[in-house]
Write a protein that binds this ligand. Structure first.
Ligand SMILES: [Zn+2]
Length: 245
């Protein structure tokens, strides 16, 4: 069993490494497959020795092997988070059966990780992540004959933020609206409202000390997406398994 868990974590680490590529390239409009991975500083092509999740970062002491430029700490962080959540996913969902919806929860987890980092770094939530998941979620719900609860979930999450985005366009982007609509489709209206609440509390807990310490001011724009994504992941993995359908 231990070997199985280790393989599961390794799988998660590799997915995390792929998520890093998405996090860097998607908001920049670059292709995800080409060109092969290279150092953004010296553009030297990277081999698997440079790309092995977490361990390469440790052995290279967080620097590029060729030009010694610092590697963003987000790389090992994404990999560890993805590896850890993949294992947690198994205990919360996978072990109960590899049904379509349980696998969809894993995909949702991975997309939430990517969205959290992209929005944090680039202040954007790419449609290329939210829209496919919205379609996938609706298709799965339709298959289960649960299209209505899924749509209610989308409305509860997305609708609430849509009103804020329309009233106060500077504070809330439409990316957040689509993110929460996506979450609502997968998790249902009750859970999406809790994740909105958790995300808001987290947002205040993180930004208030920064405001007080004057690390940021009122005009600094802080992305809301990462907090929403973390709030959703907290519910998905701290609570008991959720079965919205
Ligand atoms: Zn380099």
């Amino acid at each position: 069993m231990l070997i199985f868990y280790l393989l599961l974590v390794l799988f998660g680490l590799i997915i995390g490494s792929f998520l890093n590529v998405i996090i860097y390239r998607l908001p920049r409009g670059e292709s995800i497959v080409l060109p092969p991975s290279h150092c953004p500083q010296c553009e030297h092509r990277l081999t698997w020795l440079d790309l092995f999740p977490v361990l390469s970062f440790i052995f290279l002491q967080g620097r590029c092997r060729y030009c010694r430029a610092k590697i963003n700490r987000r790389y090992p962080l994404t990999e560890l988070l993805t590896g850890g959540l993949t294992l947690l996913w198994w205990f919360h969902y996978g072990a109960y059966g590899l049904s379509l919806e349980n696998i969809a929860f894993l995909v949702l987890t991975y997309v939430l990780i990517a969205i959290a980092f992209i929005d944090w770094e680039q202040q954007i939530i790419p449609n290329r992540l939210t829209l496919p998941l919205i379609v996938l979620g609706l298709a799965l719900a339709a298959l289960q004959g649960a299209l209505v609860p899924a749509l209610v979930g989308a409305l509860a999450g997305g609708g609430f933020l849509l009103i804020i985005a329309l009233v106060y366009p500077k504070g809330m982007g439409f990316g957040d609206v689509k993110l929460l609509a996506m979450t609502g489709i997968f998790l249902g209206w009750r859970t999406v409202l809790i994740s909105l609440f958790l995300g808001s509390v987290l947002g205040v807990l993180v930004t208030l000390p920064l405001l007080i310490l004057k690390k940021i001011n009122r005009k600094t724009s802080i992305a809301f997406g990462p907090f929403l994504a973390i709030g959703t992941l907290l519910i998905m993995y701290i609570n008991m398994p959720l079965y919205p359908w």
